[in-house]
Design a protein around this ligand. Structure first.
Ligand code: TYD
Length: 129
């Protein structure tokens, strides 16, 4: 499956809006992990790696940021700035995140538990694979 933006359910309400995610439904994998990135100082970038197995779904819960995906041949930049959609990132894709706005929060759901051995942190190694 290719990387793609996935719209999430939205319950618009005068009291405040609500969205949700169910595994194997709105995201195409079983969710084994959730982590979030926050308090990112201006100008900083996160990511800069690929995963051998882990698939991800990234949501801008607050604020906005860019996700740059690179399949080894071409790069694509997605700007995430709403909490009612997210970006599906398959395994084996180099990804970086940058341009974080003040107070932005990135929620990342993963298909695998954290495992440092699943990371490819060297770009040349990624290209060779
Ligand atoms: P890393 O994935 O390298 O951050 P990013 O891709 O956003 O730049 O994670 C930074 C450190 O946090 C990593 O060395 C170990 C720790 N970590 C965990 O322990 N569990 C996790 O689920 C994640 C994502 C990171």
């Amino acid at each position: 499956m290719e990387s793609k933006l996935i719209n999430l359910p939205r319950y618009l309400d005068k009291r405040g809006n609500l969205s949700f995610i169910e595994e194997c439904n709105h995201v195409p994998f079983a969710i084994k992990r959730a982590y979030w990135i926050y308090d990112v100082p201006g100008g900083e970038a996160r990511g800069g790696h690929a995963y051998r197995l882990n698939e991800e779904f990234i949501v801008a819960l607050s604020g906005c940021f860019d996700v740059i995906l690179d399949d080894g041949k071409k790069k694509k930049t997605y700007t995430l700035n709403r909490s009612y959609y997210g970006l599906y990132v398959p395994k084996g894709i180099w990804r970086e995140m940058n341009n974080f706005s003040t107070n932005s929060v990135a929620l990342i759901l993963g298909s695998e538990p954290y495992d440092e051995h699943d990371y490819i942190r060297n770009y040349d190694e990624f290209i060779n694979l």
